[in-house]
Ligand binder design. Structure first.
Ligand SMILES: [Mg+2]
Length: 196
């Protein structure tokens, strides 16, 4: 049997964990306006203004990590994927400390973790290429699963198979290869792709 999929790369906020970060609220607290996403808005600032904005962002991310709850089926899905011999990874626009808090709180383990300290942020494919290098699996043999458009765009850009986790549907135009409503659907999807 040919194994097409050898690794599953997860977004963290909203995918591994129940989404709690209110990006509009954080942008308002930092004092940036417009449609540009939060992280890009912060990175566009200079000097003391940027340091202040990063501190506000980190405070929200740390609180979200301490308060985090796993999405339904996440632990079972990770266990089933590992049992099937797949590598698992996290690719997030978050930074490393909150990721470590979430992993320790919920006793989760991944073969690779790439955060915004490690790579250019999604949707730039840099991070997914880094994950691919760490786990030793070509990007084409990875599934990128996430709850937001950037997760699909990064997967497309790197040549991975994209899965949108959308328990309540979604409102953006970018089309994923697959869409799931429950995390546990991922296990069956991998099995079908690897048997096909
Ligand atoms: Mg997300």
């Amino acid at each position: 049997m040919k194994s097409v999929i050898k690794a599953v790369v997860f977004d963290m906020d909203g995918t591994i964990t129940v989404p709690v970060l209110d990006f509009s609220l954080i942008k308002a607290e930092i004092g940036v306006a417009g449609d540009r996403p939060l992280l890009e808005s912060v990175l566009a600032l200079d000097g003391a203004e940027r340091a202040g904005a990063e501190a506000i962002l980190l405070r929200h991310e740390l609180r979200a990590a301490h308060d985090s709850r796993l999405n339904e089926g996440v632990a079972e899905t990770l266990g089933a994927l590992r049992a099937a011999g797949l590598k698992t990874a996290i690719l997030t626009r978050n930074c490393r400390v909150p990721v470590d808090i979430v992993l320790e709180k919920h006793d989760l383990h991944f073969d690779a973790i790439v955060t915004r300290e490690d790579s250019l942020p999604k949707p730039n494919p840099d991070g997914l290429h880094k994950v691919s290098g760490i786990v030793g699996v070509d990007a084409e043999q990875c599934i990128m699963v996430g709850d937001y458009e950037f997760d699909i765009l990064v997967g497309h850009a790197a040549g991975a198979i994209t899965v949108l986790y959308a328990p309540q549907g979604h409102s953006f135009q970018t089309v994923p290869d697959f869409e799931i409503r429950s995390m546990l659907e991922l296990v069956g999807l991998v099995r079908i792709l690897n048997e096909g």
